[in-house]
Design a protein around this ligand. Structure first.
Ligand code: HEC
Length: 115
């Protein structure tokens, strides 16, 4: 009997560890959305980042991933589902996942980083 309750507690304890908050889940998804992490191009908080530059007939062309912290949900959703982007990879996210990513970008307290 003692052994059984021990096992029970170990299992329960493990279960507790595996609970994560909505914030933690959202951050995780942003970094690992079944594909290359959003942060790699849009920056840690979605503030946008320069990906590269090159010269073309004496002009410097800057390639950047835009700031995605100020979009309406409609725009955000469309950008992730219409597949029309040129440089961004295509993702296969559920509506719930897109909502979670939007939540992450809106809730990150690092608003000072916004450009
Ligand atoms: C390889 C770099 C890269 C990755 C990774 C990436 N993006 Fe993008 N994203 C871009 C670029 C560049 C654009 C601008 C449109 C274009 O040229 O594709 C863009 C555009 C967008 C837009 C539209 C912005 C607007 O102003 O309309 C949204 C929303 C967006 N990305 C969200 C995400 C999310 C969420 C993820 C992760 C699931 C992600 N992106 C991953 C590079 C990236």
């Amino acid at each position: 009997m003692r052994l059984i309750s021990l096992i029970f507690f170990v299992v329960l304890g493990y279960g507790e560890d595996s609970f994560i908050t909505k914030e933690e889940y959202a951050k995780m998804l942003y970094h690992n959305p079944r594909g290359i992490g959003c942060h790699k191009c849009h920056g840690e908080y979605g503030q946008g980042e320069v990906l590269g530059r090159y010269k073309e007939s004496n002009r410097t062309i800057i390639i950047k991933a835009p700031n995605i912290t100020n979009l309406s949900f409609k725009k955000f959703y469309e950008a992730l589902t219409n597949g029309k982007h040129r440089l961004m990879p295509h993702y296969f996210l559920t509506l719930q996942e897109i909502k979670t990513l939007y939540f992450y970008l809106k809730s990150s307290k690092h608003k000072s980083l916004k450009r």
